[in-house]
Design a protein around this ligand. Structure first.
Ligand code: SF4
Length: 324
């Protein structure tokens, strides 16, 4: 049984007099100990997927009646707010892109870590302090005892990101969702944070969902990739297969638009056009307006996610033609 299984997830938001279908029938499976990347441009639905798993969608969001988010076999969408809160802190944790906005500026790092720990475990303050310092050491924060007494504004962005990771780990979660955790830090820190996440996955067995728009991060870190476009999955496979032979024109477009060492001196090719307005979805393939290979059928029929090779699925009529 996968640790996390999302079935037919649909999330709608009010938009003017109508509504926008931000997530549109998404299916995801994440095995125990796996590291899955969810990739896509801004507005593709990556972060809304994460917030759905965390039970942190804003009140106006409407989740489809058929939707299921099974964590260890339990449908999180059926839990009471209190039960979800308990599970969220203890078994599922999330780190956000901007650590400064997630830490409380009025409390020291130590107070915030200790309060989080004691909300989930009956331990003395002294024991909570000891565990918090050990965690700060584990996430390689220098001078942890001193940091415990400091406020967030006294730490650099990279240090705050490490504190956020420590905060997420304090209750030993089984699933960690990292939403663009390296976007706000420089390249050196990015490498250190990615190495830390890899260590957490390999040494502690924590299952990780990495949400990113950066295919370089995916190649370096993850075993499996789910590519999202307009709230749906357009490609899903192991990392090697995806980089060796991307089967969806959108995935290919993402790859061609990123700088790599192999392309030094070459012109990058951005994906033309903009993502669709999800409040005014057109029939057919949602990528058709930007797809250089679109065919007449793409404008009225929506391609299903179909297997195109072992352990590799794509939602594109072209890939269906080429499938073995
Ligand atoms: Fe392009 Fe058609 Fe494939 Fe959509 S289904 S990605 S429009 S070729």
């Amino acid at each position: 049984m996968p640790l996390l299984e999302i079935r037919d997830l649909t999330v709608r938001f009010a938009a003017g007099k109508g509504e926008a279908r931000i997530i549109d029938g998404l299916d995801v499976r994440v095995g125990q100990g796996e590291m899955l990347a969810i990739v896509g441009e801004s507005g593709s639905g990556k972060s809304v997927t994460a917030l759905s798993i965390m039970g942190l969608l804003p009140e106006q969001a409407r989740v489809g009646r058929e939707s299921r988010i099974l964590f260890d076999g339990v449908d999180l969408l059926t839990l009471s707010p209190a039960a979800m809160r308990a599970r969220r802190g203890k078994e599922i944790a999330m780190i956000f892109q901007d650590p400064m906005s997630s830490l409380d500026p009025c409390y020291t790092i130590g107070d915030q870590l200790i309060e989080t720990l004691r909300a989930h475990q009956r331990v003395s303050r002294a024991e909570a302090w000891r565990q918090a310092v050990a965690l700060l050491k584990q996430v390689r924060l220098a001078e942890p005892e001193r940091r415990m007494k400091q406020y967030p504004h006294q730490l650099s962005g990279g240090m705050c990101q490490r504190v956020m990771i420590a905060m997420a780990l304090i209750t030993h979660p089984r699933l960690l969702i990292a939403d663009e955790p390296t976007t706000a830090v420089d390249v050196t820190l990015q490498a250190q944070i990615l190495a830390l996440l890899r260590e957490l996955n390999q040494q502690m067995g924590i299952t990780i969902i990495m949400i990113t728009h950066d295919l370089g991060v995916v190649a370096e870190l993850c075993q499996r990739v789910l590519v999202m476009y307009a709230g749906g999955c357009v490609e899903y496979s192991g990392v090697e297969a995806l980089f060796r032979q991307p089967r969806h024109p959108y995935t290919l477009g993402l790859m061609n638009s990123r700088p790599t060492l192999a392309r030094i001196g070459q012109t990058l090719t951005p994906i033309e056009g903009n993502p669709p307005d999800l409040a005014r979805r057109q029939p057919g393939c949602q990528f058709a307006a930007r797809c250089p290979q679109a065919m007449p059928v793409c404008r009225h029929d929506a391609p299903a996610l179909n297997p195109v090779a072992d352990d590799h699925w794509t939602a594109c009529f072209l890939a269906e033609k080429k499938a073995p």
